[in-house]
Design a protein around this ligand. Structure first.
Ligand SMILES: [Zn+2]
Length: 249
């Protein structure tokens, strides 16, 4: 599978349609998302290219419960000692207790959503640790969680504070070919996702990497700010959005 170096020790797997991430650190390998079901063998092959194996995976951080992100988590967890990290809100769907919050049926007619039709539900995987922005903790791989609900109720993005900042956006947004930020057209709540995108625009990061588009490699936080400034419709307040807090006062 195609693998692209983003910054030292951080690799994007996939060619833009569906991506996940490897963070290779002293403490072992951290994966952010796991592609669809049955991709554990391909991920193992990529790990081999950087001198690692599935047994080196210590943590799997999930952005959300959709099957193109959680699909191979169960197989990788079984082949390693990895702990699985995800938001509390998305955990019932990740653990197979609830159906993942799928989009309205008409979105299924868009080719990029066909995997949701043709791939079976992902094998459930047990979540070992809840992530939240409130916890203010440094997660495996040196990542911090940013709550970005909207695409799913508990969608989480992750940021790495080195090399000018790297944001792993997940499905909170995608990049256009000319490097603009836009919504992924597949959200449970559009005001929710807009509130989350306004919140992401408050961070500084040079690079943004997405699950369903190519990365933005320079001045990425500027592209998020441009999107946030273009919003005219009301947005649902993201609990961490600084301006939203002051607006409420
Ligand atoms: Zn998704």
């Amino acid at each position: 599978m195609r693998m692209e170096l983003l910054i030292d020790g951080v690799y994007q797997l996939g060619a833009g349609m569906v991506n996940s991430y490897i963070i290779d650190g002293d403490e072992g390998v951290t994966l952010v998302d796991t592609l669809v079901r049955g991709r554990d063998g391909a991920i193992a092959q990529n790990l081999k290219e950087i001198g690692r194996s599935l047994a080196d995976v210590r943590a799997i951080l999930l952005t959300h419960s959709h099957m193109d992100h959680t699909g191979s988590a169960s197989a990788i967890k079984a082949a390693s000692t990895a702990r699985v990290y995800a938001s509390e809100a998305d955990t019932p769907a990740i653990q197979g207790v609830e159906k993942p919050p799928n989009p309205p049926t008409h979105w299924y007619w868009r080719p990029m959503y066909w995997p949701a039709v043709f791939f079976p539900d992902p094998p459930p995987v047990e979540v070992d640790h809840f992530v939240s922005e409130d916890a203010k903790e440094v997660l495996p791989g040196g990542l911090r969680a940013i709550d970005t609900p909207g695409h799913t109720p508990g969608h989480t993005s992750y940021i790495l504070d080195r090399a000018g900042g790297l944001l792993l956006v997940g499905d909170a947004a995608v990049a256009t070919k000319d490097g603009r930020v836009k919504r992924l057209a597949f959200n449970r709540s559009t005001p929710g996702i807009d509130g989350s995108l306004r919140h992401l625009a408050e961070f500084e990061f040079e690079i943004a990497a997405f699950c369903h588009s190519k990365p933005i490699r320079t001045h990425a936080s500027g592209a998020f700010r441009k999107f946030a400034e273009s919003l005219t419709s009301p947005t649902a307040p993201n609990p961490h959005h600084i301006a939203a807090v002051s607006e409420r006062r």
